[in-house]
Design a protein around this ligand. Structure first.
Ligand code: HEM
Length: 295
């Protein structure tokens, strides 16, 4: 918000304007009791009035505040404390969620009300024009500060929620990173276990069961290959790479191939073997489609 000095400069508000308004002060004081009632007659038809001014207590408080605000408009003292009081008025309306449009519309009534008082009380045309000029300036300054407070109040709300949001995102990101590391450790343990399986399968060869040994070793090597593939994908993902869905299809593919190797050894029913071959064909087509899309 600009300083009160700058605001007065931008509106060409000089000492003369302050003393003009002070001159109007005792005259306006005669209308100070009437003002809040006339103001309410004007705003009673606004769609939002009953939502904000919902009971007698709030209305009384607002009418008292309005009267004081009107008298301050002509106090002749327009320094820092005046600017602060106007910002407070703006924030009070931001707090209740009133749209600035309604303050603009009711300020139009204030302008007409005050000009009417000048017309009634100051008969000299030149003097009235001079006073009206100063009145217009102070009303515009009020409108400027009150409406600017609306914008500042809304920005404040935005930035508070923005701050909370980015903090939450940061925490969630760290949590996900932690989970990814746990996954990587799990995969490393898994690869150690698959190596154990590999050694176990190789031992069948030395036991004299060469066919079983070779086929199950091939199966465990395929599993090891898949675990390595999963680890590589996870490492790439941790380094910021995109999610590779292809690797999950290859896990399924390798599991079914391994199962086929085992079922041929056990000499299971041909239907079971055909079902596994069909599963490999479907998974192969899906893998190929994904690879094509990714390319
Ligand atoms: C020229 C236009 C207006 C002026 C100068 C004005 C002035 C004020 C002032 C001086 C306050 C007290 C601020 C404080 O707590 O320090 C206030 C509060 C308030 N205003 Fe206005 N007002 C205007 C328009 C409106 C309109 C159009 C509505 C509703 C339709 C409204 C509803 C309220 C309400 C609900 C409060 C809070 C009352 C409370 O709970 O104490 N105002 N206003």
């Amino acid at each position: 918000m600009e300083s009160i000095r700058d605001i007065k400069k931008h509106y060409n508000f000089f000492e003369r304007d302050a003393s003009n308004l002070m001159r109007v002060s005792p005259v306006m004081a005669k209308y100070a009791d009437e003002f809040p009632h006339k103001f309410y007659e004007h705003i009673k038809d606004f769609e939002e009035t009953s939502r904000f001014l919902k009971n007698e207590e709030v209305i009384k408080r607002h009418q008292k505040a309005l009267k004081e605000w009107l008298l301050n408009l002509f106090s002749g003292d327009y320094e820092d404390s005046y600017l602060t009081s106007l910002e407070k008025v703006g924030f009070a309306h931001v707090k209740i969620g009133l749209r600035p449009h309604y303050v603009n519309a009711s300020m139009n009534f204030v302008r007409i009300f005050c000009l009417d008082v000048l017309r009634k009380e100051f008969k000299d045309e030149a003097e009235r024009r001079e006073l009206a000029n100063s009145l217009e300036k102070i009303i515009d300054i009020n409108l400027d500060v009150i409406i600017s407070s609306f914008v500042e109040g809304e920005l404040k709300n935005y930035f508070i929620s923005h701050k909370i949001e980015s903090k939450m995102i940061q925490v969630a990101k760290r949590f996900v990173h932690g989970l990814n590391l746990v996954l990587l450790v799990g995969l490393m343990l898994m690869s150690v276990m698959v190596m154990g399986l590999f050694v176990y399968d190789v031992s069948h060869i030395f036991d004299g069961n060469i066919e079983k040994g070779l086929l199950s070793t091939l199966g465990s090597l395929l599993v090891l290959w898949v675990v390595i593939e999963l680890m590589n994908t996870e490492i790439k993902h941790l380094k910021g790479g995109k999610f590779a869905i292809k690797v999950f299809i290859s896990v399924a593919l390798v599991s079914v191939i391994r199962k086929i190797l085992i079922t041929t050894l056990k000499g299971e029913a041909i239907e079971a073997q055909l079902a596994l071959i069909a599963a490999v064909a479907v998974l192969g087509v899906v893998y190929w489609l994904i690879a094509r899309i990714e390319a």
